[in-house]
Design a binder for this molecule. Structure first.
Ligand SMILES: [Zn+2]
Length: 362
């Protein structure tokens, strides 16, 4: 069975708005289409695109969006959609942009359905705008609605699953996803991120969810500078044991590629081989726990140079198909001595490991 791939040209047409501040020559928002479009185009150039199953996105309905968001937020988006503008801090749509927002959320839903129906082995939804900073009430940080949360709610309510695990490896804390599922025992929301990169403070190991959802939020804040070995160690020591305890019916990865070195926001040091390793671990966990059911949904990643290689590495791994494309940036990052786990990185991983016991054992 092939790997599913969902992309639509309109994702590149989303207008993330003007930059913040007026004292410098305008360049527009840092969330440009380039990194995602070049990712998609490298998949075509490599020959892999022809070996993937195309998943066509469709617009998410009001009902689907409202499973993860308040009616007030959806009404506000519809109002701003008439003329375009900002919906929240660094969250902008152009006039008519709601159509693209619906299509991105619908891409996550369709990719989830394709995996649950067994028409594909696993799936990658390369969407824009991203979603993981959008909370139930608020659009934020290039995110208008939370695509991954909408897909998880769809899996629970429309497809009858009991438990969904979200693993967010975007370099920023998945604050919106965390808040949406804060009290929800059916969704394990894991976020591994650069500590305190997001200006909204939070994403600490002490945040574990509340009420019925106590134990189903898991944060792994890593120090800036963490590289391949720190991430692999954190996955082995924290993410995989968390998934083992929770036993999800489906794993959704919120796939930000801004933990790659060269990213304009993140200060982490991953390379394409790192995303290959993390993808392998997610596939093995899915195989062990939920018949291989794995959906990835794109989040951030702002380097048009290295994001395409990280994305291709993920898709090669998911599909089991190697291409002849060589990442010319991998070796220079992978060979650095600071890829080893430092003491303070090890300490951060140990702190996350210590809260594993809060996760309910299913
Ligand atoms: Zn990010």
């Amino acid at each position: 069975m092939a790997t599913g791939f969902c992309w639509h040209e309109l994702f590149a047409w989303h207008d993330a708005g003007p930059q913040i501040g007026t004292d410098i020559e305008p360049t527009g928002a840092q969330d440009t289409p380039e990194s995602k479009r070049r990712f998609r185009n490298l998949v075509e150039k490599s020959g892999l695109l022809d070996q993937l199953t195309r998943i066509s996105p469709r617009p998410a309905t009001d009902e689907e969006i409202l499973r993860a968001h308040s009616a007030e937020l959806l009404e506000r988006i519809k109002t701003v959609d008439r003329v375009g503008g900002f919906l929240g801090r660094m969250a902008h749509i152009a006039a008519g942009g709601l159509d693209i927002v619906r299509l991105a959320a619908g891409a996550a839903i369709e990719s989830t359905d394709a995996v649950l129906d067994g028409t594909v082995k696993n799936a990658y939804a390369l969407v824009r705008p991203a979603g993981h900073h959008a909370s139930r009430e608020t659009s934020h940080g290039f995110c208008i609605v939370n695509n991954v949360a909408i897909a998880a709610e769809h899996a629970l309510h429309a497809r009858g699953l009991s438990r969904v695990a979200i693993v967010d490896w975007d370099v920023h804390w998945g604050n919106g996803t965390q808040s949406i599922f804060w009290r929800n025992p059916h969704v394990l929301a894991v976020s591994i991120h650069q500590n305190e990169l997001l200006t909204t403070r939070g994403g600490y190991t002490s945040e574990i969810g509340e009420d019925e959802g106590e134990g189903t939020t898991l944060n792994i804040p890593l120090p800036p500078g963490s590289g391949h070995d720190a991430y692999v160690s954190a996955f082995k020591r924290v993410v995989l044991p968390a998934l083992d305890r929770f036993r999800p019916d489906l794993i959704i990865v919120a796939s930000g590629l801004d933990a790659l070195s060269h990213d304009s926001y993140g200060r982490m040091n991953l390379h394409s081989g790192s995303y290959r390793a993390l993808t392998t671990m997610m596939m093995e966990a899915a195989e062990k726990l939920c018949d291989g059911r794995l959906v990835m949904c794109h989040e951030g990643g702002y380097s048009p140079i290295v994001v395409p290689f990280g994305g291709l590495a993920i898709l090669e791994t998911m599909s089991g198909i190697s291409t002849s494309v060589v990442d010319p940036f991998r070796e220079s990052v992978a060979s650095q001595t600071w890829q080893k786990v430092s003491d303070h990185q090890d300490q951060a991983i140990a702190e996350a490991e210590a809260v594993l016991t809060h996760i309910p054992r299913n």
